[in-house]
Write a protein that binds this ligand. Sequence first.
Ligand SMILES: NC(=O)c1ccc[n+]([C@@H]2O[C@H](COP(=O)([O-])OP(=O)(O)OC[C@H]3O[C@@H](n4cnc5c(N)ncnc54)[C@H](OP(=O)(O)O)[C@@H]3O)[C@@H](O)[C@H]2O)c1
Length: 309
Amino acid sequence: MKTILVTGSNGLLGQKIIYALRNKAGVRCIATAIGPNRMTVKDGYVYEPLDITDKEHIQKIVSEYKPDVIINTAALTNVDACETKKSEAIQLNVEAVQSFIDIIREEEKKNPQKKIHFIHISTDFVFDGENGPYVETDEPNPLSFYAQSKYDGELLVQKSGIDWTIIRTIIIYGVVDDNSRSNVVLWAKNALEKKQTITVINDQYRSPTLAEDLADACVSAAMKGVKGIYHVSGRETMCILDMVKIVADFFHLDPSFIKPVSSEELKQPAKRPPVTGFIITKAIRDLGFHPHTFMEGLSVVKDKLEKMK
Ligand SMILES: NC(=O)c1ccc[n+]([C@@H]2O[C@H](COP(=O)([O-])OP(=O)(O)OC[C@H]3O[C@@H](n4cnc5c(N)ncnc54)[C@H](OP(=O)(O)O)[C@@H]3O)[C@@H](O)[C@H]2O)c1
């Protein structure tokens, strides 16, 4: 029996990982998140409230459940908010990572026979976007506070001496149970349904990643025990403007409300890399990763929204 503890289980990726793990043969799944559990399905796993900035509480939960694997999805993920909430970004994206490393080391000292595998989620934003698509060995050069905080978290993991995996990903889309979190697909769909004009960036290129696909890659890393850095994203790299046009087309919405804008005109608070995208060969080989196409992913989103009606 493998005990897998997941942080941020109310988040988009966190929820999908819990759905992939609950009732999985040979797995005991411990979901943790800040405050009450917001997932609709509450069986097949254990839920524990856990604020990852509370080191003593992490220690207590780790001593109690003795996980074999910890998947850390919790983070301050709002890129622009990180520019103003710098101390919160450091607490969540850097210091909390160090807390997990310290606690894992202490647990391993107490019981040297038992290793704890730490799987940490990171981002394409560690790169400056000048030479995408990227492989795992490319040199990061973060442009924003969010990106720097995520990269600092990565460096702590890489130097930790514990068993680790870093899974970097790009623009995650999907639907959470209470529909409380937005992402590029839902934002565009909701605005266009209300016939609101949206300004969409026309000079940044990304590979959108279906949350369910990413969750499967995280579960595969946990089950196979693979270590190192993995790039996990959808296969198609496209301009964000094209992504939104595809969403409009897929959901039969009027594209005339989409107004293209350049990065220079939009002046987002945090600087973004122009072209990312990943080469995912390593994830395909080691994790058995086979992502949906963007069109297939939109069908998954549509089905989930229909089931929630
Ligand atoms: N979203 C993307 O496009 C994207 C792209 C590249 C990389 N990533 C990385 O992928 C990971 C997962 O992203 P996501 O889209 O699933 O993010 P998300 O939906 O924002 O989930 C993050 C979760 O962290 C939780 N959290 C915040 N503070 C916490 C704390 N102190 N203790 C415990 N949990 C806390 C949030 O709780 P509440 O729900 O209660 O606020 C949220 O549920 C992150 O590491 C992110 O950096 C995301």
